[in-house]
Design a protein around this ligand. Structure first.
Ligand SMILES: [Zn+2]
Length: 252
């Protein structure tokens, strides 16, 4: 085993000032190399940027452990389906039975949280740390997922509400919480368009104006419209058709 593979990721620890310095240095280097991220505001991003960012974290925080000692594969993906958590680490259920080289762990990032970072004005801490821009928010979310990866590799399970995870995230990255306050699609809908789930709304569809209720809010609203030929039935036997409508086309 090579010498850096003796590094124990579970006990590595950085002082607050070192963490801040390293985090800034990573941002600087990412902006210098990424084909998509040209400043601290994320307008475009590709999975390759996540890989680049992870590599910088490995180098500056983890003593190159992943590059030199991890025999498995890391995958990176972006999703617009993550609506509550801003990131997710996917690990095979049978990780304990796999050979090191057969382990594949994927970090999935909810891309809309970063593209719409500025849509709402509130403070947006991530993992208990105030963020100034979408790149910093992305870094903190990735740091959180890195802790999940480390836990999965060492313990074959990971839980960010448990004490073990919190100690790891606190020592490595100074995190004090396991959640984010980045704007969700529902908050954006409420602040920007005054829309809430359950609101009565109308919208134009082909040549008619349809009336219905907001059932779900995401990038678009799911609106249920009464329709005696509809495929959806409520508890009282009333039938509905479901429409996906851009938020800006809805009238309250
Ligand atoms: Zn988590």
């Amino acid at each position: 085993m090579r010498e850096y593979c003796m590094v124990d990721l579970l006990t590595m620890e950085y002082a607050a000032a070192e963490i801040t310095w390293r985090r800034k240095e990573i941002a600087r280097r990412l902006i210098g190399t990424s084909a998509n991220i040209k400043d601290h505001t994320i307008n475009r991003i590709a999975p390759a940027d996540l890989e680049l960012l992870f590599g910088l974290y490995d180098e500056l925080f983890l003593a190159g452990w992943f590059r030199h000692c991890f025999a498995g594969t890391l995958g990176f993906s972006l999703s617009s389906r993550l609506t509550k958590s801003a990131g997710k680490t996917l690990c095979p259920k049978d990780i304990a039975q796999r050979k090191p080289s057969e382990i594949r762990i994927e970090i999935r990032i909810g891309v809309n949280f970063f593209l719409q970072y500025h849509a709402v004005k509130n403070p947006k801490p991530v993992c208990g740390i105030a963020t100034a821009d979408s790149l910093e928010a992305l870094q903190l979310v990735l740091e959180h997922e890195i802790c999940h990866v480390i836990e999965f590799l060492h313990f074959h399970a990971s839980n960010c509400s448990a004490a073990r995870f919190k100690r790891l995230a606190g020592r490595l990255f100074g995190h004090t919480e396991s959640y984010h306050k980045l704007p969700t699609a529902q908050q954006i809908a409420r602040q920007k368009y005054g829309l809430r789930i359950g609101d009565a709304v109308s919208f134009r569809f082909e040549d008619t104006v349809l009336h219905g209720r907001v059932y779900r809010l995401n990038q678009r609203a799911t609106v249920m419209v009464r329709d005696r030929f509809g495929h959806y039935t409520d508890g009282n036997g009333r039938r509905y058709t479901k429409y996906y409508v851009p938020l800006e086309l809805l009238q309250k």
